[in-house]
Design a protein around this ligand. Structure first.
Ligand code: 3HC
Ligand code: NAI
Length: 694
């Protein structure tokens, strides 16, 4: 039974039990209807309590039912039945009361929560709006501005703040069940206070407009946020029942939108990446003490990510000066966490005095459970480091490299314990970015893979398994579509037009703004490293080399593709003549590109290489690619990732594009075998995402 009814004295108690998060599946909705009817008919019950078993109150509608035909009873009707009871009902909240879960609580007549409970309406993150009364009841309960902010930000509100807002009536002192029963006792015999009967707050068109203007920037390209603002605003002037009908219609329209499908795909894909057959039932190794080698951009960020998660960290640098610099960088990053409210100042001091130390002697790593190397990107240096680690690390320690491109098998060969070696590819800034590629080499032991995933969970990151190749999943795909983008610049497109077209498509940043941020030296060094393997028909972005040679390294030198100063980045009038000279030297007659063609070429290159990455097993499934591109490369989440996007376009259309582009360059534009096979078999990338929900 997912919902049960019992009576305790004169209080009727409804308990929901639907692990793991008490989602409102059809069975739970039907159970709630039934339990509400039993409570109504129970003459000895004078008030009621709704409780949830397990780790949380209801975390929302059952997302795995989305996209399927809706099944009765519908959630708004269930909540209306509870709100309409003529005896008061208390919702007793713990864990996270989210989405339909919070809406259910809003339909109760009073709310009590444990002090560490959180509540929110995250529907917009799934391309939806609250569809079971949230847009109508919340403003009536807490006022217009807090309601609009809660709904459009999807923020989880801590219980004390919820109490201040009037969202909950009381914070439970001690045991939640006892406190909820006591509140129900107080209310027994009183008329129920129905949220839907409260007067709506006055409209505030200026507030709504200002919020929508802000959302046009912060939720660029997305429809759910503005639709939610409209649903709240419209409801203010409607009778409650009409407001509910209007909300329902808006919810159903969003349910049918491609953005909703993409966002739900992203939600489940981010959970599916952790379900690896290879490590099912495999125990990770212990993970308390971590070593980091190299305290530069990545090493310092990795150390901070680990410290914030409560791990003990020893960081090794080359000499005392570099160690002191790393110490200062770590302290500065922790200060940043304090400023952003992510860390208490006192905790920062304890971390720095007790949990973190730098050293120049590898022997200081002898007790580390896991060591991440983040030194310069050169095979000889990495091999040297791993030989040294092999001498000092304790048996069973996991030895990880943060290399971006290098061969993890070769790095493992530098040790006498290749089964313990793995790639842990963090993204910059490592204490902020959620993605971690777990690079599994030929001889990496399953427990070591499981430890990589366990580390990610501990650091609250999303781990994706990747195989060994040049660039793993993300950087390999990036290198390929960057080549397509650079080829368009060689052929006549402006980098600024390309950045604009791809930002309009939804990317967080355009590729040339990204180059400026990373530093043009990074790309230059990579090209140098790969020059020997270059094919005569590979097209070299000579213009990028020219900028590098002129010392235009991007943001760090104030000038790259763009000019940086106090104001927003400026386009550089000297770039066009530089590009013209490069094209003239190469004998290229420039031509123009439409924004549409820029997007088509970029995406075709991305999808084609991604198909190769899946085809050769570097990524397990298409969804693993999507999660990498969404969380590491600024791909618009509301498009679901390149593979989900490609399925929606139709794989045949993408293959046709690739063949069309191949007419002018059949060296770069070679269709991936997997893409051809899927098109021939009438299948999609989604068909390869076995084991994912729904
Ligand atoms: N429906 C179905 N399954 C859900 C679910 C939901 N609402 N929420 C979580 N799950 C599943 C996950 O897929 C996962 O399954 P798996 O173990 O098979 O991979 C399992 O529950 C545990 O989830 P997490 O791994 O995410 O567990 P955490 O403890 O890290 O997080 C959580 C818990 C904060 C509740 C998080 O799962 C979450 O944010 N869930 C989604 C909440 C949400 O968006 N609710 C709104 C839904 S839309 C709605 O309610 C519409 C309404 O307005 C009509
Ligand atoms: P960095 O140049 O900022 O830092 C490297 C640090 O390693 C320097 O502080 C240096 O003193 C130290 N170091 C060098 N040799 C050492 C040795 N033998 N022992 C101890 N310390 C040593 O480089 P960055 O950017 O942090 O990159 C490090 C690694 O991370 C590289 O493999 C890089 O490819 C990878 N990476 C970089 C990303 C980025 O965005 N910068 C993203 C993901 C991975």
């Amino acid at each position: 039974m997912s919902v049960t009814y019992r009576r305790d004295g004169r209080i009727g108690v409804i308990t929901i039990e639907n692990p793991p998060v008490n989602a409102l599946s059809q069975a739970v909705r039907a159970g709630l209807m039934q339990a509400a009817a039993e409570f109504a008919a129970d003459n000895r019950a004078q008030a009621g309590v709704i409780l949830c078993a397990g780790r949380t109150w209801v975390a929302g509608a059952d997302i795995s039912e989305f996209g399927k035909p809706p099944a009765e009873p519908f959630l708004p009707d269930v909540i209306a039945a509870i709100e309409g009871l003529d005896k008061p009902v208390v919702a007793a909240l713990h864990g996270t009361a989210l989405g339909g879960g919070l809406e259910l609580a809003l339909g109760a007549h009073a709310r009590i929560a444990v002090s560490n409970a959180r509540m929110g309406l995250p529907e917009v993150t799934l391309g939806l709006l609250p569809g079971a009364g949230g847009t109508q009841r919340l403003p009536r309960l807490v006022g217009l501005e807090p309601a609009l902010k809660t709904i459009t930000s999807a923020r989880q509100i801590p219980a004390p703040e919820a109490a201040d807002l009037g969202l909950i009536d009381r914070i439970a002192d001690g045991d939640l069940t006892s406190a909820a029963l006591a509140l129900a006792e107080e209310l027994a015999g009183q008329a129920p206070r129905r949220t839907g009967d409260l007067p709506a707050p006055a409209a505030d068109p200026a507030l709504a407009e200002a919020l929508k203007a802000k959302l046009a920037r912060t939720a660029r390209g997305q429809i759910a946020q503005a639709t939610a603002v409209d649903a709240v605003t419209e409801g203010l002037s409607l009778p409650f029942a009409e407001g509910m009908a209007m909300e329902r219609a808006a919810f159903r329209a969003l349910m049918d939108s491609p953005q909703r499908a993409a966002l739900i795909h992203a939600f489940f894909a981010e959970r599916a990446v952790g379900h690896l057959p290879q490590i099912k039932g495999v125990e990770p190794r212990p993970l308390d003490r971590m070593g980091v080698i190299g305290g530069g951009t990545m090493g310092a960020g990795i150390a901070v990510a680990a410290l914030l998660a409560g791990l003990d960290v020893t960081l090794i640098e080359r000499d005392a000066e570099a160690a002191a610099k790393a110490q200062a960088t770590v302290a500065k990053l922790l200060d940043g966490s304090v400023k952003r409210g992510k860390l208490e100042a006192a905790r920062r001091d304890v971390i720095l005095s007790d949990s973190f130390r730098t050293d120049t002697d590898y022997a200081a790593l002898s007790q580390a459970d896991l060591i991440v190397e983040a030194v310069f990107e050169a095979m000889e240096v990495k091999e040297q480091v791993f030989r040294a680690l092999d001498r000092v690390a304790k048996p069973g320690a996991v030895l990880a490299t943060n290399t971006s491109y290098l061969d993890v098998n070769r790095i493992a060969d530098a040790t006498g314990r290749p089964a313990d070696v793995i790639g842990l590819h963090f993204f910059s800034p490592a204490h902020v970015m959620r993605l971690l590629e777990v690079v599994v080499a030929d001889r990496t032991a399953p427990e070591v893979v499981a430890t990589g995933f366990a580390l990610a969970r501990r650091l609250k990151k999303i781990a994706v398994r990747a195989g060994v190749c040049d660039g793993f999943i993300g950087n390999r795909i990036l290198s390929h579509y960057r080549a397509a983008v650079d080829a368009m610049v060689l052929d006549g497109a402006s980098p600024y037009q390309i950045d604009r077209a791809l930002v309009n498509f939804g990317f967080a940043m355009g590729p040339y703004a990204v180059s400026d941020l990373a530093g043009l030296d990074i790309g230059y060094m990579t090209r140098q490293r790969k020059a020997a393997d270059r094919h005569p028909r590979d097209r070299v972005p000579v213009f990028a080399d020219r900028l590098y040679e002129q010392g235009r390294l991007g943001r760090k030198t104030g000038r790259g593709y763009y000019i940086y100063g106090d104001a927003a980045p400026q386009e550089d009038p000297e770039l066009a003549p530089l590009l013209d000279r490069v094209r003239a030297d190469l004998g290229i007659t420039p031509r123009s590109f439409t924004d549409k063609e820029i997007v088509a070429r970029t995406m075709a290159a991305m999808v084609n290489e991604a198909a190769r990455v899946v085809g050769d097993g570097t990524a397990l499934r298409p969804l693993d690619v999507d999660v990498v591109m969404l969380n590491g490369y600024g791909f618009p989440r509301w498009r679901g990732g390149p593979m989900h996007w490609a399925d929606r376009q139709g794989l045949r259309a993408i293959l046709d594009d690739i063949r069309r582009f191949a007419a002018e360059d059949n060296h770069f534009w070679q269709p991936a075998d997997l893409l051809c096979d899927l098109v021939a078999g009438g299948r999609s990338f989604a068909d390869l995402n076995e084991g994912t929900k729904p």
